[in-house]
Design a protein around this ligand. Structure first.
Ligand code: OSB
Ligand code: MG
Length: 375
């Protein structure tokens, strides 16, 4: 078996304006600062990955700048001076020696999966255990200035074929907005809401009003570090709670199951520290009959490739936040760009590695800083 022998890690920051600003209960993003990695191994093979940390710590504690520091100062030096038998070993090692910094660790760990797929001449999806050639896609709709605009955007998204519509909500922009959207969509379109931690248990009675709209789920209503209160809230609600920010690994999933804090899990490989813990969460949830879906972080086509591969696994039973490139970007940094037909994205099963080619010229044009570690 080939070994993982990474000789150089290149950190690169690019800036990409979003086609449309994305507002949540906790922040607003107009242009993405994106940290990209290149890992180069002893044979000269190369893998690109994307660190999903954002500009500000309003979704998650890490940011582009803290991830850059963690990668340069601690993670890259540790990985560069060792040989690993497999990506799982990279994860175990990083997990053992560094607390937190999951998004920074994930960027390295995920690239080692791609390197392994390239060594074995298989697609990343097949290496992970793909069972489907197309994955269902939902759209995440940011908070809009008014309900009329929201309803119009939701109609457009539905007409594009999305298999599920998710609305960002916050106190004051919730029940009425959901009622208007449900009315416009009719009863058959799967609809969900995401609160990004904006409520407290004092809002329980208010949130029970959501039960009238047959929502697929209420995503992360309460604080990220509060499984106990989520269990209290879930007892009072018919609508299934889904956890996003609260799940940073298998142990939170186990606690969630014990406490009955939620019935659905959102997996973002960046948030949990990579694809190895994503697979472990996937399997744990499957064993407890808890469906999972793949979340999004407004990724470029590079991050999207990893998410699409992951979403091809059996327990990804609900549509993911896997919008095609054109939803976010004027022009993506991969070719072919990610597209969606009839609400489905095709999993590249038959190309080695990620299944897309990185557009280096485009990346060079967008780059604002580069740092090489280990060259
Ligand atoms: O809570 O799921 C979230 C985007 C950035 C940060 C957090 C979240 C999101 C999304 C997904 O809702 C948007 C997307 O990538 O399509
Ligand atoms: Mg979320």
């Amino acid at each position: 078996m080939a070994k993982l022998d990474v000789k150089e890690i290149v950190l690169r920051e690019i800036r990409m304006p979003l086609r449309e600003a994305f507002a949540t209960s906790s922040g607003r993003e107009e242009a993405r600062r994106i940290l990209l990695l290149q890992l180069i191994d002893a044979q000269g093979r190369e893998s690109w990955s994307e660190c999903v940390a954002m500009t500000r710590p309003d979704y998650w504690p890490e940011t582009v700048d803290t991830a850059w520091l963690a990668l340069r100062a601690w993670i890259a030096p540790l990985v560069l001076h060792r040989t690993f038998a497999a990506p799982q070993e990279v994860h175990l090692f990083l997990q053992a020696v560094i607390r937190g910094h999951n998004m920074a660790k994930a960027a390295v760990e995920m690239a080692t999966w791609d390197l392994t797929a390239q060594q074995q001449q298989v697609s990343l999806a097949r290496l992970l255990g793909a069972v489907r050639e197309k994955v269902a896609t939902g759209v995440a709709m940011g908070i809009q200035p008014d309900t009329t605009t929201l309803v119009q955007k939701v109609r457009e998204a539905r007409d594009l074929g999305y298999r599920r519509i998710k609305l960002k909500v916050k106190p004051g922009t919730d029940i009425e907005a959901v009622a208007a959207v449900r009315e416009a969509l009719g009863p058959d379109t799967p609809l969900s809401v995401d609160a990004n931690c904006a409520y407290t248990l004092a809002d329980t009675e208010h949130l029970t009003k959501l039960d009238a709209f047959d929502l697929l789920m209420l995503e992360q209503p309460l604080a990220w570090n509060d499984l106990t209160r989520h269990a209290e809230l879930q007892k009072a609600l018919k609508t299934p709670i889904c956890l996003d920010e609260s799940i940073s690994g298998v142990s939170e999933v186990e606690a969630m199951v014990t406490l009955q804090s939620a019935r659905i899990v959102n997996i973002k490989p960046g948030r949990v520290g990579g694809l190895t813990p994503s697979l472990a969460i996937h399997d744990t949830c499957l064993a407890h009959a808890i469906p999972v879906w793949c979340g999004g972080m407004l990724e470029t086509g590079i991050g999207r490739a990893y998410n699409v591969a992951l979403a091809s696994l059996p327990n990804f039973k609900l549509p993911g936040d896997l919008s095609p490139s054109a939803r976010y970007w004027e022009r993506d940094i991969v070719s072919p760009e990610w597209t969606m037909t009839d609400g489905l994205v095709t999993v590249p099963l038959d190309r080695p590695g990620l299944g897309v080619t990185v557009d280096r010229d485009r990346i060079d044009d967008l780059t604002v800083r580069v740092e090489r570690v280990g060259a």
